[in-house]
Ligand binder design. Structure first.
Ligand code: KG4
Ligand code: ZN
Length: 337
């Protein structure tokens, strides 16, 4: 049993964001500083791992100090350190993990190793103070796509996942082929708002159950664009974005609702960077309402990578004696659920 008012200093650096947060009792965010490298990677059209880790090294100290200042805390007020140790880019993870280990050792405070995806799920505990498992969670990020039964805070059962690309990756690829730039998800989504979902891409048969395949969809969209290019026709970018987005959102929503009903759960929770997608948020909410299912969607600040979600997941791991790490902790780039 830990005291009430338990303060975790959390660090997240799995990709191109360096973030530090101070979170109380897994639910209340005192500060959540996110230093994004979008401007740095835009000119490369995607994240360059080596560039990301080098920039993390220069950012981490300031980000941690800012998080403490904004939370009006000193290191003495902190009860434990939580850090993302996977999945992610090894160099990026290494910066956060090394910094967290050094802090834990120097301050003599417990170190908690957190799985990035459990962090995304926990972002909902920050938005909804009374939300508790069990629920069905749709995780949609740049690296993962899965439907998960969250039986308890630390008991997750995957019931469906992508067999190839993640949905965020697919958004990014479509954006790249259309020349929209990086990160692609928000750009595809913004352009989709000006288009009509009137294009029927060649649809592969879906006999995947709760699983997904996004590489086929990506290829269908790319082939469609290439055929128009070869015929020297104008590319209806907005309609392509709208049609692609609707296609993907419909599948994600249908399978998640079905999984919830067939598992006899009454709550659906959305998590991961793609949960910032407006159409997905609306469609999941509407369909859940129609089916008398309660729907929980994280506020935008907690959708994409941030340390506050790691502070929440770290708290629920720590109070159950899970994830407690020491100076030997090493990043796990391919950590699974
Ligand atoms: O969770 P996240 O920040 O990082 C990973 O853990 O991967 O997710 C990043 C992904 C990127 O692929 C990005 O394009 C996508 O989330 N994304 C979106 C939107 N905002 C971010 N995809 C669709 N619509 C959005 N509004
Ligand atoms: Zn993420």
């Amino acid at each position: 049993m830990v005291k009430s008012g338990f303060k975790i200093l959390a660090i997240e650096s799995s990709c191109d964001e360096m973030s530090c947060a101070i979170v109380v009792d897994g639910r209340t965010v005192l500060s959540n500083i996110v230093s994004s490298q979008i401007d740095i990677h835009t000119r490369f059209g995607g994240v360059v791992p080596e560039v990301a880790s080098r920039n993390h090294i220069t950012a981490v100290d300031n980000v941690v100090k800012l998080a403490l200042t904004e939370a009006k805390c000193s290191f003495d007020d902190i009860d434990a350190i939580a850090v993302t140790y996977g999945a992610g880019l090894v160099g990026s993870l290494l910066v956060g993990v090394s910094y967290a280990k050094a802090l834990s050792y120097a301050l003599n405070k417990p170190l908690i190793a957190v799985n990035h995806i459990y962090g995304h799920i926990a972002s909902n505990y920050l938005t909804y103070k009374d939300l508790e498992p069990p629920f069905i969670c749709l995780v949609v990020s740049g690296g993962h796509t899965a439907i998960i039964k969250v039986v308890d805070y630390n008991h997750h059962e995957i019931i469906g996942s992508t067999l190839d690309d993640a949905v965020g990756e697919c958004f990014d690829k479509v954006a790249r082929v259309l020349g929209l730039g990086y990160p692609g998800g928000p750009k595809v989504s913004a352009l989709a708002e000006r288009g009509n979902a009137n294009i029927q891409f060649t649809k592969p048969n879906d006999n995947l159950g709760y699983n997904f395949s996004f590489s086929g969809k990506k290829t269908a969209v790319i082939n469609y664009i290439h055929k128009l290019e070869q015929a020297k026709c104008e590319i209806p970018s907005a309609d392509i974005c709208a049609s692609f987005e609707t296609w993907v959102v419909d599948e994600l929503v249908d399978k998640t609702i079905r999984a919830c009903k067939e598992s006899s759960f009454d709550k659906i929770v959305l998590a991961g960077g793609v949960s910032a997608n407006k159409q997905l948020r609306q469609a999941l909410t509407d369909n859940a309402n129609k089916n008398n299912i309660k729907c929980f969607i994280p506020e935008l600040a907690y959708c994409t990578d941030n340390a506050a979600m790691i502070g929440s997941a770290g708290y629920y791991a720590y109070i159950n004696g899970i994830g407690i790490a020491d100076i030997t902790l090493a990043p796990k780039p391919s950590l699974s659920l």
